[in-house]
Design a protein around this ligand. Structure first.
Ligand SMILES: [Fe+2]
Length: 210
């Protein structure tokens, strides 16, 4: 290893901040929220795909209000970690996702939002899934490097090598990421539904913050 020059300064440019938090009290809340989501899914045609025309948080239900408050707390933590001096005023629009066996979400991002997030109610174990290929990742979510094809010239361990960040969420986890970040949800390959609540965070009074 070379000896560092004491004039050397490193700056990491254009960070993409991803946050994960396990919400305290999620066990009790998740059974109530899961019932609510399944009930709404039975009442509506295309609930999951019709995400833009609903707000799951428009409700007085205590469990939904609990989740909304947790989202606000998470967004405040995210803003602080981003180095923002002031927490912007935001509105949050949410929708439930019910992925039955074979369901998935294709590659997408969430336009006209600052942040996007998902809270996980139930992520069924995929151990018993019938898969015939080793490259499948049922139940996982993948995020992709927003900087185009930087991995094309990457060297192993340089931090740019793998353009995909993939993880299998656990029930009770809340993920938060910049809305521009492309992601996809891999198919659920078991008979137990994969349940989550996604949301977009939109900055109000944008002129004040830009
Ligand atoms: Fe999404």
């Amino acid at each position: 290893m070379s000896t560092p020059n004491n004039n050397t300064k490193f700056t990491r440019l254009w960070p993409t901040l991803f946050m994960a938090v396990t919400l305290p009290g999620h066990e009790a809340a998740n059974s109530i929220l899961s019932s609510l989501v399944m009930q709404r899914n039975a009442e509506q045609d295309q609930m999951t795909t019709n995400y833009i025309n609903q707000n799951f948080f428009d409700s007085d239900h205590p469990a939904i209000n609990w989740l909304l408050q947790c989202c606000h707390q998470a967004i405040a933590e995210y803003a602080q970690e981003s180095g923002m001096a002031e927490m912007p005023e935001v509105s949050i629009q949410a929708w439930p996702n019910v992925n039955f066996r074979g369901d998935y979400h294709n590659l997408h991002n969430h336009p006209h939002s600052w942040l996007s997030g998902t809270y996980y109610l139930n992520v069924p174990d995929q151990e018993d899934a019938e898969t015939f290929r080793s490259d499948l990742n049922p139940g996982a979510i993948s995020f992709f490097d927003p900087r185009g094809a930087v991995n094309m010239s990457a060297i192993r361990n340089d931090g740019q090598f793998d353009p995909e960040y993939r993880r299998v969420p656990k029930a009770g986890e809340l993920f938060l990421w910049p809305a521009f970040l492309y992601h996809l949800v891999h198919p659920n390959l078991v008979d137990i539904p994969r349940l989550s609540i996604s949301f977009n965070v939109v900055v109000k009074s944008k002129a004040r913050y830009l």
